[in-house]
Design a protein around this ligand. Structure first.
Ligand SMILES: [Zn+2]
Ligand SMILES: [Zn+2]
Length: 310
């Protein structure tokens, strides 16, 4: 798997790529505009030029986008729904300008209307966004969720249902978040937990629709439907879930991005990447004292924390 992280665009979109390089990432996820605002002014020509130059310099294997947090595609007819759709259309256009292959979106929250109505609304919203961006190649990568509140997408069949309902499923893709799978009740610490995930995807949209992973440990417990990210190996999920995923050759070429807490100097990203790299290549990790040490340290710290919790 290509390993990287979500990187901040503070200072301009090009800055996200410079941050990715600084942490030694092979891929990166970014917001195509401020994730807490509905709309943004268009990207200026010099911003695009700086981005393309940075993209070329960075040599990253994959750069993709994540949609803003205000957007709710499951909203009932309302000003909120209108803004959600216009906002996502703008994001797709920006993603296209930045040459991003896909934009990760959450299915949305049904706000009490129920799963059935909610999924029908999301499919209709996706149809409208796709129809409004006919020339764009950007795919909308539906992300699984922990199922917090009335969020759709905790059960993987919700994503399958959306594929079946939209007019242009070729504009869709799938992004899986490890912490969300766990929160939704998939016990991916065990091979049979991952097997359930693959079976449900294979029997639904097909594994070839997977385009990216979010690699997050979780502070929440299995099936809690709570979404709280934690550093790799320091949460309830633990290292084994990541070891199993990284050993799967089917996903060797896909990007996996951290969305874990970080400070300005980004040292947490560097540490988390070292842990993941040591897990994905244990023989290299054993030889490389630095990365091998990262996993050993984290394993003993996790043991200590478990003992304290008992
Ligand atoms: Zn997300
Ligand atoms: Zn999350």
């Amino acid at each position: 798997m290509l390993l990287g992280a979500h990187c901040s665009t503070a200072g301009g979109v090009a800055c996200a790529l410079e941050r990715a390089v600084r942490i030694g990432a092979e891929c990166c996820q970014l917001f195509v505009k401020n994730n807490m605002q509905w709309f943004a002014r268009p990207l200026r020509e010099e911003e695009l030029r700086a981005y393309r130059e940075a993209r070329h310099q960075a040599g990253l294997g994959c750069v993709f986008g994540h949609a803003g947090y205000l957007i709710n595609l499951a909203a009932p007819p309302s000003p909120n729904r209108d803004k959600s759709l216009r906002s996502l259309v703008q994001e797709v256009e920006r993603a296209e300008a930045l040459d991003l292959p896909f934009l990760v979106v959450h299915p949305g929250a049904h706000l009490g209307a129920g799963v059935e109505t909610g999924l029908a609304r999301v499919a209709e919203a996706l149809d409208e966004v796709i129809a409004a961006t006919p020339g764009c190649r950007v795919r909308l990568a539906l992300e699984n969720t922990a199922g917090q509140g009335t969020c759709l997408g905790a059960e993987l069949w919700h994503l399958t249902e959306l594929y079946q309902r939209v007019r242009h499923p070729e504009r869709l893709a799938i992004c899986l978040d490890t912490a969300h799978l766990w929160g939704a009740g998939y016990d991916i610490r065990r091979p049979d937990g991952w097997a359930r995930v693959w079976e449900e995807l294979e029997g639904g949209v097909g594994l070839d629709q997977l385009v990216a992973f979010h690699l997050n440990d979780s502070k929440a417990s299995l099936g809690s439907r709570v979404d709280r990210h934690e550093h790799i190996g320091r949460g309830r999920l633990g290292l084994e879930a990541f070891r199993l995923l990284l050993a799967d050759p089917r996903f060797a070429a896909l990007p996996g991005c951290l969305e874990t807490p970080k400070s300005d100097d980004l040292h947490e990203d560097r540490e988390n990447l070292a842990v993941l790299r040591a897990l994905s290549a244990p023989e290299r990790g054993a030889r490389d004292r630095r990365t091998g040490g990262a996993v050993r340290k984290r394993e003993s710290r996790a043991r200590l924390e478990r003992r304290r919790a008992q």
